[in-house]
Design a protein. Structure first.
Length: 658
């Protein structure tokens, strides 16, 4: 996975564009721009000082002298203090229109109207209440920034870099380069992605992948930055550093996803101008009909659409944070809504339903040869070759090499010939290799995967059969997806039909398309779409990239997926656990329900407030009361969105053996 592994998709709308931190016109972007201009603390201090000035004004007026100029001066000072941030935000919203900018404009209009009518108390109280409400909103929404900083702190420490002479030096993550060798001791964090050269240990990957159970690792396996070494000492060769690591690209994606604009927000923005015109018309009508300035101001404030505006961003950001905790990387909030609507599943086989690694399936020795003897010979010979089948055999038996070979010859495409120190000649490979030596490898067993035969001094010893093993959670995950409504499931693979049908039968998938090319995979997904389905596409390889982009939602399986697959997918499972597919769908549907409830509450409450304000039912200080009630509804929506944070499936039920 290269630096572009996550972030090189050509467009933000479907994949993910180049990572930037430019301001956007989204609701969160609007909040961020105001936060950067004034600062949360600065605005809150201004509001508190203005509040104390109002207390002084009221106390002086009612306790000291009602004819003194002090109360008016204090109220004027309070109004002036809070006017600057409110007017600045309103002017900024004119340059960068957004739904949340309507609130700034409406409050600014109400404040200026209060100034014009000489109601200094309302001119000060109204901005104070709204500033306090905005600060609370921003602190809630900007909580995702703390999640990003928490990820960055995972590598904010030091590690030991090994020199060729065996000495070590303490370095930070920024000082590492590809090719460096690290000594990672028990309790140390891994500061870069790398390959384990030596050592055995357990890694705590919960902070990055959501995996609560330590993962056992050894030589030849990959480690990710941000994980913790729990035991033993590992020697790790750095393969990616900084922003190129899986952790660095997770952070980049979270930052981009945080700024994304949900579809609901884009829909509401279409009618922002009409809404503003409608509210100004209603306010003018109320003033002409009643002659009450208080009622007019109350209508302006009551119509502020904060509760509706924040309905989607608050829930979406909470869902993104929860997904990250579960090891699920969501590239944009729009994909959350799309995922809630998927109706079918199109899934790859190799590396997705299966582990993508060959493993010993059966041992078939000839009479007089034990399973252990045949397997020991196969493992010893397998250690002499870099062929995938040989490597799988070498992993099949963790015992000292029982043979001492003095001469090894590998014949490409056939197998290898090895001579032991006592002159014994061993052959391991395809039947054609033995036939070339005059050995009849009969009978050939029936098997739909790789298999090798072994001989000793011209005598057939037996067969070792291998296969790509099914993920242990695959059957459970597919059944779970059927329970979520994805009853139409299609297995797509470029592998042989017999292998694909066997895997499909094991996990309960009846529709199998085998021996297909990448374009055929995309065509299959497009047929699903043409037939009215919204397919969820899951894959991990280069040949899955076209299909991932063609589906309603594409999910890349695991952080070790190919760069192209990661770029094409809308979601990435940082841990290769198929049960997380069900987690993503449940989370997306919970998020959508939360957004719908928030929108309903926001629209209903705003309508009630406008009616009450128009009929002057909010009292003499109707604008201030409307501001208080408006913020109450906004905070209620934020609290409802916060309930999403309790969603927790980090401890999934035990894996059922396939």
């Amino acid at each position: 996975m290269s630096a572009t592994g996550f972030s090189s998709a050509p467009d933000v709308g479907r994949g993910l564009g180049h990572h930037t931190r430019q301001a956007t016109a989204s609701e969160l972007g609007s909040l961020m721009s105001r936060a950067e201009r004034w600062g949360l603390g600065t605005r809150l201090v201004l509001a508190m000082v203005a509040c104390w000035l109002l207390v002084i004004a009221l106390a002086w007026k009612y306790l000291v002298s009602s004819n003194s100029a002090v109360p008016d001066l204090a109220a004027t000072g309070a109004a002036l203090l809070v006017a600057a941030p409110v007017l600045s935000a309103a002017i900024a919203s004119l340059r960068h229109p957004s739904l949340h900018g309507l609130t700034d404009q409406l409050v600014a209009v109400a404040m200026l109207a209060s100034w014009a009518t000489g109601d200094l108390l309302t001119a000060a109280l109204l901005p104070i209440v709204m500033i306090v409400g905005h600060v609370l909103e921003e602190r809630s929404l900007l909580g995702s920034q703390e999640a990003i900083r928490a990820l960055e702190r995972l590598v904010d420490t030091t590690t030991l870099r090994l020199h060729p002479d065996g000495t070590t030096e303490t370095v930070t993550a920024s000082q590492l380069a590809v090719g460096d060798r690290l000594e990672v001791r028990a309790g140390d964090r891994v500061l870069a992605d790398g390959l384990i050269l030596s050592g055995q240990s357990s890694l705590d990957m919960a902070s990055l992948t959501g995996e609560s159970v330590p993962v056992e690792v050894g030589p030849g396996e990959h480690v990710l930055a941000g994980t913790i070494n729990l035991s033993g000492v590992l020697t790790v060769e750095v393969t990616r550093t900084g922003e190129e690591t899986a952790l660095g690209q997770v952070i980049a994606l979270m930052e981009v996803a945080e700024e994304a604009k949900p579809p609901l927000t884009r829909l509401l923005e279409r009618y922002a101008g009409r809404y503003m015109a409608l509210i100004m018309t209603i306010s003018a009508a109320v003033w002409f009909a009643s002659g009450s300035t208080a009622a007019m101001l109350a209508v302006l404030v009551a119509s502020c659409p904060c509760a509706v505006v924040l309905a989607a961003p608050a829930a979406s950001i909470a869902a993104i944070a929860v997904a990250a905790r579960h090891g699920i990387l969501i590239k944009g909030t729009a994909f959350l809504e799309h995922l809630a609507d998927v109706t079918s599943l199109v899934i790859d086989k190799t590396g997705t339903l299966t582990t993508g690694r060959l493993a010993l399936s059966r041992v078939l020795p000839r009479p007089g040869i034990s399973d252990e003897q045949l397997l020991a010979l196969g493992a010893s010979l397998g250690a002499l070759s870099s062929h995938p089948v040989s490597r799988a055999l070498a992993r099949s038996m963790d015992v000292p090499q029982p043979f001492d070979f003095v001469d090894v010859q590998e014949e490409h495409g056939l197998g290898l010939r090895a001579v032991a120190s006592d002159g014994t000649v061993f052959l391991m490979g395809r039947p054609a290799l033995l036939e070339g030596e005059g050995i009849a490898p009969e009978p050939v067993p029936e098997h739909d995967g790789p298999m090798v035969c072994l001989s000793r001094d011209g005598t057939l010893l037996g067969w070792l059969l291998l296969s790509d093993s099914l993920r242990p959670e695959a059957e459970q995950a597919m059944e779970e997806l059927r329970g979520l409504g994805l009853t139409r499931q299609i297995l797509l693979t470029g592998d042989r039909r017999a292998v694909a049908q066997r895997i499909g039968a094991d996990v309960g998938i009846d529709l199998v398309e085998a021996e297909v090319l990448p374009t055929d995979k995309m065509a299959c997904v497009q047929r699903e779409v043409a037939h009215g389905q919204r397919p969820l596409v899951v894959g991990d390889g280069i040949n899955d990239a076209l299909a991932l982009r063609a589906g309603a939602v594409g999910i890349a399986m695991g952080a070790d997926s190919t760069d192209v697959a990661l770029s094409s997918a809308d979601l990435v499972l940082m841990q290769s656990d198929l049960r997380r597919l069900g987690t993503t769908i449940r989370l997306s549907r919970r998020c959508r329900r939360t957004i719908q409830v928030n929108v309903g509450m926001g629209v209903g409450w705003t309508a009630i407030l406008i009616v009450c304000a128009a009929f002057n039912l909010l009292g003499a200080q109707g604008a201030v009361m409307a501001a208080v009630l408006h913020n109450a509804s906004t905070l209620a929506g934020l609290a409802n969105a916060g309930r999403l944070l309790r969603f927790d499936e980090t401890r999934l039920p035990g894996i059922r053996k396939a």
